[in-house]
Design a protein around this ligand. Structure first.
Ligand code: GAL
Length: 384
């Protein structure tokens, strides 16, 4: 009788599966580089992402990619997923949709929207999304950063505007003598030592002074005191800029610095550990991975000291075939950080993979080690 009951149960379940093939996935660990199924059984589509923690929930925003060639363009918009445990994610839909084709909007379908980051402004009670924007049909030449705003974390976000930051303002750490230099790009051989020196002494800052500085790979960081900073690859990706945002997080105040001039850094990700700021970046090799870099500073205003590649062990020279996008502080745990990175698949962008690894600190340096599979209890010992 018992076995008959079991048989009926199994047959029943099989029948159920035929009608509902995508039952909720239950993930109980991180498996870097593997397909990451959301609650509907679909690979998460939130590349170049960042995470907001708000009222007990994590919200993962990222680039919605499509299949095949052209899939890196913004055909749909910015995705949002939510989770309470970081393993299992519910698709919340498109938080910022692209505008219709030929609408003339800066974010019309076919533009490039990369690395969206959302922060919450406690004063205005608004959710603010910043992202790298390239205008449709202009390749990567526009080099703009753009902002959108919403009353709810899942959107819909309202597009506000794009910026070339800090027009008409010199960085704080700029030598007065460099302001009046007259050397230009055509006087120099690209990548020569002299050219690199001139880049470090403001060659591109002067070139872009009136129209505003370039802004490509970016992130936004909100400090404990509520001050927000926009970090971006500028000057033809040669130098990172850190700019202060206004109190509503919607604009630039005009206070900014350069970091690692002529150092060729992209993909910035920041965290604060034991009162110091740590920055992880990549080199500039497009969709191909390279060795990550790291920096430390006592203040967002520098000076930023290079600490080398945080990745160690086999695969470290290509950062385990990934490129940084965000450092996530795990809620409720002290000094627990997750390094988030992308393993891009430029020929089929929708298949891009996520590399999440625990970020530890050893002898004052950030350290990343490969793990095929890991769980949040890895942080238990790190907890103080
Ligand atoms: C990468 C960058 C990506 C994307 C890509 C385009 O270096 O980090 O966000 O812009 O280049 O080639």
């Amino acid at each position: 009788m018992k076995s008959l009951f079991l048989l009926v149960l199994i047959a029943g379940l099989g029948w159920w599966k035929l009608i509902f093939p995508q039952e909720p996935t239950i993930n109980a660990s991180f498996k870097p580089g593997q397909i990451w199924a959301d609650a509907d059984g679909q690979h998460i589509n939130a590349h170049g992402g960042g995470i907001l923690y708000h009222k007990g929930k994590y919200y993962w925003f990222g680039e919605h990619k499509t299949a095949g060639k052209g899939g890196n363009r913004a055909n749909v918009g910015v995705s949002c997923y939510s989770s309470t445990d970081l393993y299992n994610w519910q698709n919340e839909g498109i938080a910022l949709p692209v505008a219709p084709e030929n609408s003339g909007s800066e974010i019309e379908k076919g533009c490039v929207i990369e690395r969206p980051k959302v922060v919450y402004n406690a004063r205005t009670k608004k959710f603010v999304m910043w992202f790298h924007l390239e205008l449709k049909g202009q390749g990567y030449n526009a080099a703009r950063t753009a902002v959108a705003v919403s009353d709810s974390p899942t959107g819909p976000f309202t597009y506000l505007k794009s910026h070339r930051p800090n027009a008409g303002v010199w960085p704080q750490n700029f030598n007065a003598a460099w302001k009046t230099k007259t050397v230009t790009e055509k006087d120099l051989k690209a990548w020569s030592d002299e050219w690199k020196k001139e880049v470090a002494e403001g060659l591109f800052i002067r070139r872009d002074f009136e129209k505003g500085q370039m802004a490509r790979d970016m992130t936004v960081y909100v400090d404990d005191n509520g001050k927000a900073y926009h970090l971006h690859a500028a000057e033809e990706n040669l130098t990172l800029h850190i700019s202060e945002l206004t109190d509503d997080y919607l604009n630039f105040t005009g206070k900014w610095i350069t970091v690692a001039p002529a150092g060729h850094n992209e993909a910035p990700a920041v965290c604060k550990y034991q009162g110091k700021y740590y920055l992880i970046t990549s080199g500039c090799t497009g969709w191909d991975p390279n060795a990550a870099r790291s920096f430390v500073s006592e203040s967002m205003w520098g000076p930023w000291t290079p600490l080398g590649n945080p990745a160690v062990g086999q695969g470290a020279e290509l950062t385990f075939e990934s490129q940084s996008t965000f450092i996530l502080p795990v809620a409720g745990k002290k000094d627990a950080f997750i390094f988030m990175a992308d393993r891009w698949r430029p020929n089929n962008p929708i298949d891009g993979r996520y590399i999440w690894l625990p970020l530890s600190f050893e002898n004052g340096k950030p350290v990343l080690r490969w793990q095929d599979e890991w769980k949040l209890n890895t942080f238990a010992t790190a907890k103080k």
